[in-house]
Design a protein around this ligand. Structure first.
Ligand code: SD4
Length: 350
């Protein structure tokens, strides 16, 4: 009997000895500058992440909130008329309707999102309103539009003449094949005219993650989704845990590419949970990509999915199925760094 009591006592002591430092470490880390951290940093998907990061940095670099920084940042590609995969100039679905998806999340667990939203040029702003002005997380379709109009957003026709032309071209064959890394020559030229790095321009959704020097994070993800999708199709970007997940205790993750594969695997949540278990941001993104490919090896061999992760100490990493994924990194040292993500397959699929 005594033995059993002693064993319990010893076990409890051992448990608390293990548990206490972990708890106190977390408490210390969440309330001050992250030891060994790189300080404030913002990262985002694709080369159009560079101007987006720079806009975010105008907030974060001055000690502003990560949540305000990511919202400010992704407004840039949402407004860009040369960008046909995000915001107001996004390509439409097969019925010619531009439907937008967006989500925003703070590291404290607050989040908001809109899906299949029509006629509103800045879905990220509506997502933030959902987070702040409603008890809900996700509004879709007509309900999301009604809410946006009540909140004072302007109803616009988002189908630009250029997008309409591309849609009419597509209608000639009406073949639906998701493209791994979309090429947008106009956008590439516009980047060059701004003096941004040249090279092949591959991009789709923008996912952005920001951390301040105290390890507080936020993320935003916004897209027009797959061009020529079925009307009503929703991708990973507005789904918390799929296209975006952020937790101040660990870090954040976001994704780009074929949303269906990300949703099947709760991709961004998976990346954050892998980091929680001790994987580096790089390792966590790799494991999430491998998990996706393992589940459907044949179906995914010609698809692109990329993950980008940012830990609360500022370390970041990325991994994609196909070659061609890039991400932009911005911090006090450098505001326009573009990094080529490693990938599972080394050939570029376009
Ligand atoms: C989605 N991940 O809706 C997003 C963006 C996309 O090609 O369509 N990328 O699936």
């Amino acid at each position: 009997m005594n033995n059993r009591r002693d064993f319990l006592k010893t076990s409890l002591l051992a448990t608390s000895a293990l548990a206490l430092p972990r708890l106190s470490q977390a408490a210390v880390a969440l309330s001050g500058t992250v030891p060994g951290g790189v300080g404030a940093r913002v990262v985002s998907t694709w080369d159009f992440g560079i101007p987006a990061n720079q806009a975010a940095w105008t907030v974060l670099g001055k000690g502003g909130k990560p949540l305000d920084a990511v919202e400010t940042g992704v407004l840039v590609p949402e407004a860009d008329l040369h960008n046909h995969s995000v915001g107001r100039a996004g390509y439409p679905d097969r019925d010619g309707k531009v439907t937008l998806d967006a989500s925003i999340m703070d590291g404290d667990g607050r989040c908001g999102a809109v899906a299949a939203l029509e006629h509103i040029a800045h879905p990220i702003k509506v997502a933030r309103k959902v987070m702040e002005d409603t008890p809900h997380v996700l509004l879709v379709g007509d309900g999301a539009l009604e809410f946006a109009l009540q909140e004072g957003f302007t109803k616009e026709d988002l189908l630009t003449p250029e997008s309409a032309k591309a849609w009419h071209e597509w209608l000639k064959q009406a073949k639906y094949t998701p493209v791994a890394n979309s090429e947008n020559i106009d956008y590439h030229r516009s980047l060059q005219s701004l003096g941004m790095p040249g090279g092949k321009n591959n991009h789709d959704t923008i996912g952005m993650l920001a951390v301040d020097a105290n390890g507080h994070l936020a993320g935003a993800c916004t897209t027009s989704g797959m061009a020529w999708k079925l009307h009503g199709r929703v991708g990973d970007s507005p789904l918390i845990g799929a296209g975006l997940y952020v937790d101040n205790e660990v870090g954040g993750a976001t994704s780009t590419g074929v949303g269906e594969e990300v949703i099947r695997n709760a991709g961004s949540f998976l990346v954050v949970e892998l980091m929680r278990q001790g994987r580096s941001p790089q390792e966590a993104c790799e494991e999430a990509v491998r998990r996706i490919v393992k589940k459907r090896p044949e179906a995914t061999k010609d698809m692109q999915v990329g993950f980008l992760a940012l830990r609360r100490d500022g370390e970041c990493g990325a991994f994609a199925i196909q070659k061609g994924f890039t991400y932009a990194v911005c911090d006090a040292k450098q505001q326009d760094r573009l990094v080529a993500s490693p990938s599972l397959y080394q050939t570029t699929y376009t």
